[in-house]
Design a protein around this ligand. Structure first.
Ligand code: UDP
Length: 372
């Protein structure tokens, strides 16, 4: 029965890269995925000539030279730079927090004036910040916290900012320069032709079976391979026996509009608490509004993102890396360590708020230690 060296469960970035590395080293691999498409959440689908990020916007960015050299073997990246706009009750602000934001918020003109304003407002936090609210105020002051952080964060996480870990907000840079580039990354862009094409290139020549649910026929699949690489949710693997880890899920409401330009930017965040969606993505701007031949596209596709608590049957998107879940994850991790012949990896397998480049680094790292 054992026909494969590795059974890889999940064809997202982690699983695909592991399969590529193992295949290139002469191991026989089978990749299965319960969806009818490869790519996991980076999957893109072409509609009206536009690559739609079906499971949420993904903007590749990295400072890791090794990761960049690796991934560019499988895709050419365009020069897209992420500069989201925040819409607070019709007022528009530049993100991440930089001199344009501070000028609009306070009318300050120089970096010194901005720094003084932040300094004056952050004083209310004494000592080390204990949660996201305190961390945010100590980074940028109360005005920005109230208008640009609180509503968005509470919608996205479904939790009060006082109950969220501060590290989430540390993802956002604060700059005293006029720089709207969201990421502090040396390399950034979107794969030309979409992420699906990139994943297909990574998986070239590797056997892939779609619509296959590993957990439904676990014994059967386990008998097929010497080792398993599992990239699904770690709690699902153990049948939620210790209780379920919390995730945030996202619902997308997609619309094709018969106009060329809806919001003039790929991402607009709605940072008030009343608007029910967190952000609107207008997919064509990831590729400058052009089709693959460089022609302007007459229509546009937008996705409103609604964040919700994950319930069984939903797609998990974001692990809720707070203390309580961290403790539970450690218990699952201990169970995982006792399992033989299986590697748990990726955002769901490791219950970690990974960016794509970190997933690639992690898959390459495991591949190096695992594959001799
Ligand atoms: N965030 C915010 N306001 C914004 C955008 C982000 O307060 O307009 C906060 C929010 O807490 C969010 C975190 O910053 O969870 C990280 O945002 P990022 O855009 O990096 O999240 P992702 O792209 O992974 O959804």
């Amino acid at each position: 029965m054992e026909n494969y060296d590795y059974l890889i469960v999940g064809s997202g970035l982690y699983g695909s890269i592991f399969a590529r590395e193992a295949t290139d080293k002469g191991y026989k691999c089978l990749v299965i995925d319960k969806r009818d498409n490869v790519g996991g959440n980076i999957y893109t689908e072409k509609v009206e000539g536009i690559n739609v990020h079906k499971y949420g916007a993904h903007i590749f960015h990295t400072n890791n030279q090794k990761v960049w050299d690796y991934i560019t073997q499988y895709a050419t990246f365009n020069r897209f730079t992420n500069s989201p706009v925040a819409n607070y009750k019709g007022e528009l602000y530049s993100l991440p927090f930089n001199m344009y934001t501070f000028n609009k918020m306070w009318g300050v003109v120089t970096p010194e004036e901005a720094a003084a304003k932040i300094e004056e407002q952050r004083k209310e936090i004494k000592g080390e910040p204990h949660n996201l609210e305190e961390q945010a105020i100590s980074l940028v002051g109360r005005d920005i916290y109230e208008k640009l952080i609180k509503g968005y964060t509470e919608k996205q996480w479904g939790r009060d900012c006082k109950d969220l870990p501060s590290f989430i907000i540390k993802r956002l840079p604060v700059r005293l320069t006029f720089d709207n580039n969201y990421f502090n990354a040396l390399y950034q862009g979107i794969p030309v032709g979409g992420y699906t094409k990139m994943i297909e290139n990574i998986l070239e020549g590797i056997e892939v079976r779609l619509n296959e649910d590993y957990l439904e026929k676990k014994h059967e699949y386990d008998a097929m391979a010497t080792k398993v690489v599992y990239t699904g949710a770690i709690d699902a693997y153990f049948n939620y026996s210790l209780g379920n880890l919390e995730y945030r899920s996202v619902r997308f409401e997609n619309e094709i509009l018969d106009k060329p330009n809806f919001q003039g930017n790929a991402a607009v965040n709605y940072t008030d608490c009343e608007t029910p969606w967190t952000r609107i993505i207008e997919h064509k701007w990831f590729e400058f509004g052009k089709d693959e031949y460089g022609n302007d596209l007459p229509k546009t596709i937008i996705s409103r993102e609604y964040s919700s608590e994950w319930n069984p049957g939903d797609e998990p998107y974001y692990p809720v890396n707070d203390e309580k879940n961290g403790v539970l994850y450690k218990k699952y991790r201990a169970l995982a360590d006792k399992e033989k012949n299986i590697i748990f990896g990726g955002r769901l397998g490791e219950y970690k708020y990974y960016d794509m480049d970190a997933v690639i680094a992690s898959a390459l790292h495991i591949a190096e230690s695992e594959l001799k």
